[in-house]
Design a protein around this ligand. Structure first.
Ligand code: UDP
Ligand code: MG
Length: 324
C-alpha cells in the first residue's frame, strides 16, 4: 500500500474547508490501494479556519494541520506542508476547490506509470479578469525569454510528486520562494494533465494587483540575473555614445566657436540618462533586496500550533502550568 500526503495551504478558507474535505474524500476513498492523509496549513487566517481544522482533525484521523503565528504567504505554507510530509507521494493543491480532486486518480496513474511528477495545467483562463491574464502573459513572456528556467504559462500549483522530487524541493530553502520556478528548476520527469479552469464559487481570491506584481518581479529576479547584464550592456553603450558626443561637441566648438542653441537636445539627453540610471538602480535594488532578505536567514515561517508533534513549536509555559 502506498501513502499519499495532500498539502493544502489555507488563508481565510473557513467557508470552503468542509466542502473541500467532503469532495476529496468522495473521490479518494474508493482508491483502496492508497492511504491518504491531509496536511492543512493555516497561514495566519483571521476567520474560523483554525478552529474548523482542529475540529476536522479530531473527527477524521487522516486530517492533520499546521498553524502559523501570522500570515507568511502561500509559498511559505506550501514549504511547511511539504516539510511535514512523509508519504511515498505528495499532492499540493488549493483549498478553494479550484483544483478539482477528481484529477488525483489520473495523477496517481501517471506517477505509477513511472513519472516523477503529474502536474495540472489549465486549458483556458475562463472567468479570469482580462487584465490579470494579460499581465500574467507578459510576465511569462519576459521571464521565459530571460531565464533558462522555462515556466509553462498555464501551470498551477496543483501537482502530485514522488518522494525524491519533494526531497529535492526541500533542499532549496531560500526565504523568497517562487515554487512555480522551483518545480522546474529541480528537474525530474513531469507529465502535464490539462483541465478546464474552475471559477472560485466560495470565498474570494487572496491576490491583489500589488501582490501579483510583487510575485511576478520575484519570479523573474529569483531565476535569472539577465536584467543585471542588460543594464551593464546598455550602460556600456550609453557610455560610448556619451564619449563620442563629447568629442564631437568639443571639436565643433573648437572649429566653429560657441554654439548657443542645443537646449532641447541637451534636455533630452539629461532626461534619458536620468531615467535610465533610475531604472537601473531600481533593478539593482531588487537584487540587493533579495540578498538582504536571504542574508538575514530568518525562518520561512513560524509554527504556533499543530496536531503533528513538531520540534519547531516552542511550548507555551502558561498552557503547561494550567494543565498540571
Ligand atoms: N493562500 C495562502 N496564503 C496566502 C494566500 C493564499 O495559504 O497568503 C492559499 C489560499 O487559501 C488557497 C491558495 O493559497 O488555498 C490559493 O489562493 P487563492 O485562491 O486566493 O489564489 P488564486 O486561486 O486566485 O490564484
Ligand atoms: Mg483560488
Amino acid at each position: 500500500m502506498h501513502t499519499v500526503d495532500i498539502v493544502v495551504p489555507c488563508y481565510n478558507e473557513a467557508e470552503v474547508l468542509r466542502a473541500f474535505l467532503e469532495e476529496s474524500e468522495k473521490t479518494l476513498s474508493p482508491l483502496g490501494d492508497y492511504r491518504f492523509s491531509y496536511i492543512f496549513v493555516n497561514d495566519g487566517s483571521r476567520d474560523e479556519t483554525l478552529s474548523i481544522l482542529r475540529q476536522m482533525s479530531r473527527e477524521n484521523q487522516r486530517v492533520h494541520y499546521l498553524s502559523f503565528s501570522r500570515n507568511f504567504g502561500k509559498e511559505a505554507a506550501m514549504y511547511a506542508g511539504l516539510k511535514h510530509t512523509s508519504g511515498d507521494f505528495v499532492v499540493v493543491m488549493d483549498a478553494d476547490l479550484q483544483h478539482p480532486p477528481a484529477l488525483i486518480p489520473k495523477m496517481i496513474e501517471e506517477i505509477e506509470a513511472g513519472h516523477d511528477c503529474a502536474a495540472a495545467c489549465r486549458m483556458n483562463r475562463k472567468g479570469e479578469k482580462s487584465l490579470t491574464s494579460r499581465i500574467s502573459g507578459l510576465f511569462y513572456g519576459i521571464s521565459n525569454s530571460l531565464s533558462e528556467v522555462k515556466m509553462p504559462q498555464n501551470a498551477v500549483d496543483f501537482r502530485m510528486m514522488s518522494r525524491p522530487m519533494v526531497d529535492a524541493i526541500l533542499k532549496l530553502s531560500e526565504v523568497e520562494r517562487f515554487s512555480k520556478g522551483i518545480f522546474v528548476w529541480v528537474g525530474f520527469d513531469t507529465v502535464w494533465i490539462p483541465y478546464e479552469n474552475v471559477e472560485r464559487t466560495i470565498g474570494a481570491s487572496k491576490w491583489s494587483f500589488k501582490s501579483l506584481l510583487k510575485y511576478a518581479i520575484d519570479g523573474i529576479t529569483s531565476f535569472t540575473i539577465k536584467p543585471l547584464k542588460l543594464i551593464r550592456n546598455s550602460g556600456l553603450f550609453l557610455f560610448v555614445c556619451a564619449i563620442l558626443y563629447i568629442l564631437i561637441t568639443l571639436i565643433k566648438t573648437l572649429i566653429m566657436g560657441k554654439d548657443v542653441p542645443g537646449y532641447a537636445s541637451l534636455l533630452c539627453v539629461v532626461l534619458f540618462l536620468g531615467g535610465t540610471l533610475q531604472l537601473s538602480l531600481g533593478i539593482v535594488g531588487e537584487y540587493i533586496a533579495h540578498i538582504y532578505l536571504e542574508a538575514k536567514d530568518r525562518p520561512i515561517y513560524i509554527l504556533q500550533e499543530s496536531d503533528i508533534a513538531s520540534p519547531e513549536i516552542t511550548p507555551d509555559p502558561r498552557k503547561e502550568k494550567r494543565s498540571v
